[in-house]
Ligand binder design. Structure first.
Ligand code: SF4
Length: 396
């Protein structure tokens, strides 16, 4: 098993697909999947355009079941966004502030450590991304990570998106490789996937001008993988992209993964419109989110995990996404700014039990994992005392 995945998943999938009759127009895709063949861009086009969401979802769910049976993974993390000061101004971003804004903030190292201390006894990961601070170079982040590791050696640091790495390396006059190596030496454990948006430079020029190019995003992740730093990858959809651009995005990630095997997890999330600056965005509905999850599961045959990012899509859709091919749900979170400023209403402070309930309601078994998917433990929901159950019933 790699990353918790059954090594026999292709034959498991073939068996599962053979248990059902499929609509005529799905048969070529079912045959390919049964034979262990990779789906093409035109297969992806069909899946994005079919009106038969049930069949699409069922095939994606079988693909998830073939790998993990009824397990759904989660970890216990806290998100700390270290600064909202950013030298860029991506059009979809409701989080960034100019340095002089009244609500601009930049956490000093000790402030960050003391904030993390509030969660340190029950989280095993800190997820930190933020703005491109004009002065924080590799020395700053090395000091921060060293300090975190001194204080909390068991907490995994998943931090800094590709554009932050590019910015830090430029500020420090170092190559991306040297920057990543220094950060790894200081305690950086993995990179989140944020900032991929859509890997199409025409779209990027409109929604996030000045950010790393598609090629740079892929190069930074490739360099991280070569240095033994696992990463996640993402896709922001529902801005101005078309279906072919989404598919090109997925195929670029799949091609890099064929070289490095360094992506752990793919996290698709829709653009949230509130309070940001992209009025022409198409926005994604609930079924569109489920469709993207399902298509991602089927197109990304070499990326082990597909995440339902409840912070962005909300608890209700996240629960459904677990029946459309997602095998992972993020997370307990506790504290988060970026998605909430952009309009997310997802509850922040989920304990393990609340998260596990979402998983169980979707018909799956919650399994707590570490960040890098090397340790797994089934989570058993604590029994609710009878008296509490009665009180809840009386309050209905
Ligand atoms: S998305 Fe990131 S890089 Fe772009 S403006 Fe927001 S904080 Fe800055």
């Amino acid at each position: 098993m790699a990353a918790g995945e059954s090594e026999h998943w292709r034959s498991n999938l073939s068996n599962l697909l053979s248990t059902q009759q499929w609509p005529e127009d799905f048969k070529p895709i079912v045959t390919k999947l049964s034979n262990g063949e990779r789906l093409s861009k035109s297969d992806g086009r069909f899946l994005f355009n079919t009106s038969d969401l049930d069949s699409l979802g069922q095939i994606a769910y079988f693909s998830k079941m073939a790998r993990y049976e009824d397990q759904v993974f989660f970890n216990v993390n806290v998100h700390i966004n270290q600064t909202n000061i950013c030298t860029l101004a991506c059009r979809f971003c409701a989080f960034r502030r100019g340095r002089r804004a009244d609500d601009a903030y930049a956490m000093e190292i000790e402030e960050y450590v003391s904030d993390l201390r509030n969660y340190a006894d029950h989280v095993d990961e800190v997820h930190s991304v933020g703005g491109l601070h004009p002065e924080w170079n590799v020395e700053h982040y090395s000091k921060l990570f060293t300090r975190v590791k001194e204080q909390f050696p068991n907490i995994h640091i998943k931090a800094l998106t590709a554009v932050e790495i590019k910015h830090i390396s430029k500020l420090s006059s170092l190559s991306v490789r040297e920057t990543l190596q220094k950060l790894k030496d200081a305690g950086l454990g993995s990179l989140p996937g944020g900032g991929a948006e859509i890997l199409d430079d025409e779209v990027r020029a409109i929604i996030c001008r000045g950010k790393e190019s598609s090629e740079e995003y892929l190069e930074i992740h490739q360099t991280a993988h070569e240095l033994g730093i696992p990463t996640n990858c993402t896709m922001l959809f529902g801005t101005i992209e078309n279906i072919d651009q989404r598919l090109d995005h997925l195929i670029k990630l799949r091609e890099l993964q064929s070289i490095t095997s360094g992506f752990q997890c793919f996290v698709p999330y829709p653009f949230l419109p509130d309070d940001s600056r992209l009025p022409e965005a198409q926005l994604a509905t609930g079924t569109e989110i489920l469709r993207v999850i399902a298509v991602s599961r089927l197109m990304l045959d070499n990326i082990p995990h597909i995440k339902a990012y409840r912070m962005n899509i909300g608890d209700e859709v996240a629960e459904l996404a677990l029946q459309y091919g997602a095998d992972d749900i993020d997370g307990t979170v506790q504290k988060e700014s970026i998605m909430h400023l952009a309009g997310s209403n997802a509850p922040l402070d989920h304990g393990k039990a609340q998260l596990a309930k979402l998983v169980i309601n979707s018909g799956s078994k919650p399994v707590q994992r570490n960040t890098i998917y090397t340790s797994f433990e089934e989570y058993i929901l604590p029994k609710v005392p009878a008296v509490q159950r009665l009180r809840m019933a009386a309050g209905d």
